[in-house]
Design a protein around this ligand. Structure first.
Ligand SMILES: [Zn+2]
Length: 295
């Protein structure tokens, strides 16, 4: 539901605010309890003078329930503002479908609670009240890296909207937008560069790291191969992996030593840097490096 905002404010008001500064709720979607808690905490800490308070089903002003189909169903919906029988409907949890996982659901529920508070969709600036988004963020917000979720659940615009309805003040919102969904693959182990003066080649050796545990929903349908990328810098180590298309598939198993051989470069001092990539295409946080004196 949309409404027109007056000049100077971005958030959209769409419903009647609740009286008393408190909204009691019951969560009937037990499989999404984590996401519900995240969304409730985000609003309760926002600085707006309104709180969601958990209670029994019989006493709740707001009921959070699964969609009647009982299936994983992308999205959630909610009633708007202060109404009798206020309801949020949410998807069933599903471990391999992004839209039904805990991260997207936490963002979706924060959005739906915004509707319950009386906020409409915000089409212009970065806000959790943007009409759409994904686990990487609402559509108008800077998106997180593909291996992070947008854990900053409320944006300043959302809270300004709630403060306009309920009073209070916008608490400072942390700079951190993204939270890692899993730990990055380790750097390749013990890189070494060895010259073969007769063949005029350099043998670069390094250990293949073990595979990280990547959440299943990230990999659906696009599972790649683990790989590595190496680069050479003169008098300095290459700082960041460039040209990821130049990645190589491993010839060895995790824990074993990989070797690549290249032509000996012109005389000088060189640094080789090697990054490991996981099957989702995420590089190790750091490179493993090895120096070479070519004469
Ligand atoms: Zn909406």
């Amino acid at each position: 539901m949309l409404s027109v905002a007056s000049a100077g404010q971005a958030y959209e008001r769409a419903g009647v605010p609740w009286p008393g500064g408190q909204i009691t709720y019951f969560n009937g979607a037990a499989d999404q309890a984590w996401a519900v808690a995240q969304a409730v905490n985000a609003w309760n800490r926002s600085g707006a003078r309104v709180r969601f308070v958990r209670t029994t089903e019989a006493h709740a002003q707001l009921r959070i329930v699964p969609f009647r189909s009982g299936k994983c169903y992308a999205g959630a919906d909610a009633t708007t503002g202060y109404v009798r029988g206020a309801t949020i409907r949410v998807s069933r949890y599903h471990p391999t479908v992004t839209e039904c996982g805990p991260y997207t659901t936490a963002i979706a529920l924060t959005h739906e609670l915004g509707h319950v508070l009386g906020l409409g969709h915000e089409p212009r600036t970065c806000a959790t009240m943007n009409a759409s988004g994904s686990f990487r963020g609402p559509t108008r917000c800077p998106q997180t890296k593909p291996w992070e979720w947008h854990c900053r659940l409320l944006q300043e615009d959302d809270v300004r909207g709630a403060v306009a309805l309920y009073g209070g003040s916008v608490r400072p919102i942390g700079r951190q937008r993204g939270c890692e969904l899993y730990r990055a693959i380790a750097s390749p182990a013990q890189a070494r560069a060895t010259v073969d003066a007769v063949a005029r080649t350099v043998a670069l050796t390094f250990g293949r790291p073990s595979s990280p545990r990547i959440p299943a929903f990230l990999l659906r349908g696009q599972r790649g191969m683990e790989s590595f990328l190496y680069a050479r810098g003169r008098d300095a180590c290459p700082g960041a992996p460039r040209n990821p298309h130049e990645r190589h598939g491993w010839q060895t198993a995790p824990g074993e030593v990989e070797q690549v051989v290249e032509r000996l470069p012109a005389a000088g001092r060189y640094c080789y840097a090697v990054w490991a990539y996981d099957e989702y295409g995420r590089p190790s946080a750091r490179a493993s490096t090895a120096w070479l004196d070519a004469t």
